[in-house]
Design a protein around this ligand. Structure first.
Ligand code: NAD
Ligand code: WQD
Length: 338
C-alpha cells in the first residue's frame, strides 16, 4: 500500500493528513475543487515536507472529470474528505449538501468499483449519533437521526458504504467518526480557515484573540454539565491525521466495513476551553453568556478504546497544545493563507 488518493486534500483535516502520510512514507495524490480551500496550501505542504504533491483540481461529483484520476494513477486506497461541512448552511441549502456530499461519495464508489480500488476511509462525524441518552459515545450506539441535513449526509454515506462493501467482495470501508478537531500543524503553515464569521468555537476564540471579533458569545450556561456550558471532545488535528495513517494498516485484515470513533475520550466545556486558551497563550478572551444555540446538545465525547485496541492509535496532544497551535496558526496568518 503506497499511493493514497486524498479527496478534499487541501482542506483543514485533509492537508494535515497529507503531511502525516508523507511523514509515514506514503505517496498522497490530492483531488480538490478548492471550494473551501486554497491552492497555496500545496506550497505550504511542500515547505513542511519538501514534497511536491500531485494535485488534480476537480469536482468529485463529476464522474468524467474524476475518472481521469483513476485512469492516470495507480491507487491503493482512498481517503474521502471532500464534502461541505457547514451545519447552518446545510439547513438553508439541503439539496446542495445532499448533491455534493452524497453525490461525490456515489461517484467515488462507482469509480472504485470500475478501477478495482478496494479500500476507502470515509470522514464521518460524531454528529451521526444525534443525541444519545448517555456519554461517552460508543461505536455500537444507534445511528439513525442527525439534527441537520449535513449530519444526515454523513449517515447516508455511511449506509451507502456499508451496503456497497457488503455485496462487493474484497471492498473495505473504514468509517472514522471525528469528534471536534481543533489545533494546527506546529509550523503554523496550515490550519483551519473558516470563511466569514466562524461557526465553530475555536476559530471564533482565535478571531477574538486577534481582535477581529469583539467577544465570544457562549451559547448557554444552563446545561447539565460541569459549569453549565456545552461539553465537547476536542481533538488535535495532527492526532486526527495520524488516526488516518494508523487506519491504513487495518486494510490488511478481512472485513467489509468498520467504524471507529476518533476522539480523546475527554470532555471539555466551553469555559474550560476559554480558560485553557487564556492560560496557554496569555491572552484574555472576553465573553458574554447568551441564549442556547438551537440544535446543540449538552455533552458529546468519545469512547475511543476501539481505535486504541484495533489500530494502536490514541491521542498525544492535550488541550493546551491545541490552544497554542490554533493561536500560532491564527497569529502567523492574520488574513489567512496567501
Ligand atoms: P474543509 O472544508 O477544510 O475540507 C474539505 C475539502 O473538500 C475542501 O478543501 C473543499 O474545497 C473540498 N470539497 C468539497 N466538496 C468537493 C467536491 N465536490 N469535489 C472536490 N472537492 C470538494 O473541511 P474539513 O474540516 O477538513 O473536513 C474534512 C471532512 O471531514 C469533511 O467531509 C467534513 O464533513 C468531515 N468532518 C469535519 C469535522 C470538522 O469539525 N472539521 C468534523 C467531522 C467530520
Ligand atoms: C462547540 C461548543 C457550542 C461557538 C460542529 C458540528 C459537527 C462537527 C463539528 C462536522 C458547543 C459552543 C460554539 C460559539 C459557543 N462538524 N459555542 N460559542 O457544535 O460540537 O460541532 O462542528 O462534522 O457536526 O455540529 O462544534 O465548535 O460549533 O461548538 O458557545 O461561538 O461551543 O454551543 O457547546 P459542535 P462547535
Amino acid at each position: 500500500m503506497k499511493n493514497i488518493l486524498v479527496t478534499g486534500g487541501t482542506g483543514y483535516i485533509g492537508s494535515h493528513t497529507v503531511v502525516e502520510l508523507i511523514n509515514a512514507g506514503y505517496n498522497p495524490i490530492i483531488v480538490d475543487n478548492l471550494s473551501n480551500s486554497k491552492i497555496q496550501v500545496l506550497d505550504r505542504i511542500k515547505t513542511i515536507t519538501g514534497v511536491d504533491v500531485k494535485f488534480y483540481k476537480l469536482d468529485c461529483t463529476k464522474y468524467d472529470e474524476f475518472e481521469e484520476v483513476f485512469k492516470n494513477e495507480k491507487i491503493d486506497a482512498v481517503i474521502h474528505f471532500a464534502g461541505l461541512k457547514a451545519v447552518g448552511e446545510s439547513c438553508q441549502k439541503p439539496l446542495l449538501y445532499y448533491e455534493n456530499n452524497v453525490g461525490s461519495a456515489i461517484v467515488l464508489l462507482n469509480l472504485m468499483k470500475k478501477y478495482d480500488v478496494k479500500n476507502v476511509i470515509f470522514s464521518s462525524s460524531a454528529t451521526v449519533y444525534g443525541e444519545p441518552k448517555s456519554v461517552p459515545f460508543y461505536e455500537y450506539f444507534e445511528v439513525n437521526h442527525a439534527t441537520n441535513p449535513y449530519g444526515e449526509t454523513k449517515i447516508m454515506i455511511e449506509r451507502i458504504m456499508q451496503d456497497f462493501t457488503k455485496v462487493n467482495k474484497g471492498f473495505k470501508a473504514i468509517l472514522l467518526r471525528y469528534f471536534n478537531p481543533i489545533g494546527a500543524h506546529k509550523s503554523g503553515l496550515i490550519g483551519e480557515e473558516p470563511v466569514g464569521i466562524p461557526n465553530n468555537l475555536m476559530p471564533y476564540i482565535t478571531q477574538v484573540a486577534i481582535g477581529k471579533l469583539e467577544y465570544l458569545r457562549v451559547f448557554g450556561n444552563d446545561y447539565d454539565t460541569v459549569d453549565g456550558t456545552g461539553v465537547r471532545d476536542y481533538i488535535h488535528v495532527v492526532d486526527l491525521a495520524l488516526g488516518h495513517v494508523a487506519s491504513l494498516a487495518k486494510f490488511s485484515n478481512d472485513f467489509s466495513w468498520i467504524a471507529y470513533n476518533l476522539g480523546t475520550g475527554k470532555g471539555t466545556s466551553v469555559l474550560e476551553l476559554v480558560n485553557a486558551f487564556e492560560k496557554a497563550n496569555n491572552i484574555k478572551i472576553p465573553y458574554k453568556i447568551v441564549e442556547r444555540r438551537p440544535g446543540d446538545i449538552a455533552i458529546s465525547y468519545a469512547n475511543a478504546d476501539k481505535a486504541k485496541k484495533d489500530l494502536g492509535w490514541s491521542t498525544k496532544y492535550n488541550i493546551i497544545d491545541c490552544c497554542k497551535d490554533s493561536w500560532n496558526f491564527q497569529n502567523k496568518n492574520p488574513d489567512g493563507i496567501k
